[in-house]
Design a protein. Sequence first.
Length: 381
Amino acid sequence: MSEGCGTILIIDDDERNIRLLNAFLEGEGYELLEATSGEEALKVFFERAPDLLLLDIMMPDIDGYEVCKRIREWEGDGLRHPIIMVTALEAKEDRIRATEAGADDFITKPVDKTELLLRVKSLMRIMKYQKRLMDQNHELLRMNKKLEELQKAKEELIHMIIHDLKNPLTGVLGNLEMLQMNKSLSEKDRDYIKKGRFACDRIMGMIQNILDVYKFSEGKITPRYMRLDIKAILGEIVDDFREKASLKSVDLNVEYNTDADTMDTDTDIFKRIMGNLISNAIRYSNSGESVTISVRDDGKFLRFSVTDTGPGIADGMKEIIFDRFEQLVIDGKNGETGSAGLGLTFCRMATESLGGKIWVEDNPEGRGSCFVFTLPRMKPL
């Protein structure tokens, strides 16, 4: 609806008043509708939904107050059609009553043409903007519904992919474990089976990273804090990786440089962070090298680090290595290659969820990388 266009319903039980208002408004580009009673006014309104109403108050069947009230009740929180009360009543109480009924403006008789046109054009502009906002709101609601549908489809797709990947992988792991039980296998064959099992474990970890990164990004993971024995939990984590490290002849060393015995954190998330970092360090270390896991005091935080002597991270990559799906390729001397994947993305999201931060430095003792993360000693308030 452009300015100067639209539909106006004129309501008055006196035909002379209707003709007068028609005369004032014709030539302005409006479509003019008429009603001579409250009942007829409501009928025309519900059939034609005019853009503005010029409503007389004193009418024999239903007065203007009641007509206005019924229209506002029908509109609810939807589009509000401007209503101008046109009446000979001038008392303050009449204006208050008209406002309480839902009127937008008030013009006294005899009507001044200039005043009428100014008020009609002003409310018509408001009606135009209101309609535009309503259209935009409907479009936003439509788009929001579409986004909700896409979000649901994305969740279903992620879970389906993870389910479809885990099923055959579980079968492979089961067969490898059965093969490992065969006592007639040579030591070399057992090593091959172990390597196959660790490769499956790595793929299983990647699948879990996909799920957890998605959950973190959607705010669906809430840390569950408990008090942990620092030495005990680090010892348990490192023991889980000793067999994998021994296959590559990589030593795992743990250094405790803290007086703290305990910390408040989420056990599972902490183990996943350390597990991702230790696994990467072993993967990119050469035979005969070592990986050092250390913890030391850092004010109200504890500073954990995993240091390797692998190929290291270029300075230009240190800031983006934790970004999701960043295609950073790392090459080791032993021929091991790979990308950062989602493991480091998970580590950053998980560390931040626990109130800490994570970054990577060069190995202070030479070649390699040192992944560092800090966590609060106590549960954040």
